[in-house]
Design a protein around this ligand. Structure first.
Ligand code: ATP
Ligand code: MG
Length: 283
């Protein structure tokens, strides 16, 4: 697990998993093709250890969402296996330890009110009503949803729906979070609130696997990166720093280094975030 000592602006380090780290997800040789013949994921291997912050980075259509659903056991691979906690390949048996946020908020928002959507997961866990209420209040306050709890979810704006869907994944208090672009459609203040919350969860040992096409956000989300190309194959795996400071690799995948990396490309080490650049400049 990383500990950069900064909860509000976590920045990726060059962190390799500890040798004796506990396996959380072990994926081997995962491939998936949709019924129309589109190959979305091609022979992907991925080892996720407790406390990891891993990103699935790639352009549109790279297979990030498909891979995340495979890792979460929402769809079955054509080839390959996914093993959870070193124990089982049965995703259903680990459902309350592992939350998946897919790209479509509608997957999570189907009850008459937002409050009931947020209660759905904890109620399945058979915790007391007081615990359900406490979790809802805590998450709703952190994600700016407190005033929206009695609304029907389909009456929320796009960004509000996104936050409500994330909130419903968090109220089960999982050990592992698989998040498909959790910050898309979210305004700057709410994005900061989500990043701060994810940093706290990570500091408390929660494992995070996050998909994104956004290299600007990547340093705030992950220490290790699996870079996928448009064909659904892994083109590189490495630390966030290694991946973000390799412009030709990113260009090959229709991506660009963050602006601050391009601005300070001759620095050693290159800052990955504005906060890093500012502290370098003595600001
Ligand atoms: N239901 C489907 N049927 C057929 N092809 C699909 C289906 N869903 C996705 N695909 C295709 O599978 C590939 C991978 O899609 P996926 O949604 O996993 O990509 P992604 O990396 O998440 O993209 P984005 O950044 O746009 O979210 C794409 O070529 C896409 O067109
Ligand atoms: Mg996607």
């Amino acid at each position: 697990m990383t500990d950069d000592g900064n909860d509000t602006d976590p920045v990726a380090g060059d962190v390799a998993p500890a040798v004796d780290a506990e396996s959380v997800i072990e994926a081997n040789g995962l491939s998936y093709a949709y019924p129309d013949g589109t190959t979305a994921v091609e022979r992907v291997d991925l080892s996720v250890y407790r406390g990891d912050r891993i990103a699935l980075l790639g352009p549109n259509g790279a297979g990030k969402s498909t891979l995340l659903q495979l890792l979460g056991g929402l769809i079955e691979p054509a080839t390959g296996t996914v093993r959870y906690f070193g124990e089982t390949t049965d995703a259903d048996s680990v459902r309350d330890r592992l939350s998946v946020l897919t790209q479509d908020p509608a997957d999570y928002l189907f009850n008459p009110t937002v409050r009931e959507d947020l209660a759905y997961g904890p109620i399945q866990q058979e915790v007391t009503q007081a615990v359900v209420d406490r979790r809802i209040e805590t998450v709703a306050n952190r994600l700016g949803l407190a005033d929206l709890l009695s609304k029907p979810p389909f009456r929320l704006s796009g960004g509000e729906q996104r936050r409500a869907a994330l909130a419903s994944a968090l109220t089960v208090e999982p050990e592992v979070l698989l998040l498909d672009e959790p910050l898309s459609n979210v305004d700057a203040a709410n994005r900061d609130a989500i990043l701060e919350l994810l940093a706290e969860l990570s500091a408390n040992g929660v494992t995070l696997v996050t998909s994104t096409p956004d290299t600007e956000l990547l340093p705030h989300l992950a220490d290790r990166v699996l870079l996928l190309d448009a064909g659904g194959s892994v083109v590189a795996a490495g630390s966030t720093r290694e991946i973000l400071t390799d412009p030709s690799l990113l260009t090959e995948c229709n991506l660009r280094p963050p602006q601050v990396v391009r601005l300070f490309e001759d620095d050693d080490p290159v800052p990955l975030t504005v906060a890093e650049a500012r502290s370098r400049l003595g600001d």
